[in-house]
Design a protein around this ligand. Structure first.
Ligand code: CMP
Length: 230
């Protein structure tokens, strides 16, 4: 599969920080990788051997407890880097990364990219900026988990998903991710039953529709007020 350098620059701030010669040098180090839906690409605790740029599809980043419970840290979309943490600190994978759809990636071996970064401080700075953005998002998540009640947390997550993945249609904002009730609970940090109860209340009140994993926000104004209510 041919990869277009201009498209890479548009998709990723890391690649936008490279001049044409550097971009070609990185692309010479990279290879294509593709996985089907629901495939584990990285498992928490494994050694990190490569950095991935997500080109197509979506992945979820999650942690598992000893009892097998899952917490979803993030859902990443095309243009996002995966595996930069082990790349930088040499530690084990910090989380499990699973494809949600069929996904395509550009993969670069850790040792090749470290040599490249040492020679290209501008690209290293862009990588730090990407890490900083993730830390901000994680801070928001910790703040929400610590300070907000379930309806406000769920409303914020739904509005964020709507903003990232939503399509405006006559029916409302259709969130183009197939999320099970369990996954929705794992994103919000509550049980499937609790999230189900809240979703049902909002479906009955006309704020949402939810069928076969597809969420539709029908009344974003009221949902927005719920998000601010706690
Ligand atoms: P790494 O630790 O190498 O492997 C797991 C990857 O998941 C990690 O690099 C990041 O790319 C990604 N990741 C881990 N934690 C988060 C988070 N809180 N938000 C977004 N992505 C994350």
């Amino acid at each position: 599969m041919e990869i277009n350098p201009d498209q890479l620059r548009q998709q990723s701030a890391l690649f936008a920080a490279m001049d044409t010669a550097d971009l070609h040098a990185v692309m010479a180090l990279a290879r294509n990788e593709a996985h089907p839906a629901r495939h584990v690409i990285f498992r928490e605790g494994e050694e990190g051997d490569r950095l991935l740029l997500l080109l197509e599809g979506r992945v979820k980043v999650s942690l598992s407890s000893a009892e097998g419970k899952e917490a979803i840290l993030s859902i990443l979309e095309p243009g996002q880097l995966i595996g930069e943490m082990s790349l930088l600190d040499g530690g084990a994978r910090s989380a499990t990364v699973t494809t949600m759809d069929v996904c395509r990636f550009l993969a670069i071996r850790r040792r090749d990219f470290l040599v490249f970064l040492e020679r290209h401080p501008r690209v290293a700075l862009a990588l730090l900026q990407a890490l900083s953005l993730r830390l901000r998002a994680t801070n928001d998540q910790v703040g929400n988990l610590s300070f907000l009640n379930l309806p406000a947390r769920l409303a914020r997550i739904l509005l964020n998903l709507g903003q990232q993945y939503g399509k405006h249609t006559g029916e409302g904002i259709v969130i183009g991710l197939k999320l099970s009730q369990e996954e929705l609970g794992n994103l919000v940090g509550v049980s499937r039953e609790s999230v189900n109860r809240q979703v049902r209340l909002w479906v009955e009140a006309g704020l949402l529709d939810y069928a076969h994993g597809i969420l539709i926000i029908k009344d974003s104004d009221t949902l927005f007020r719920e998000a601010l209510a706690a």
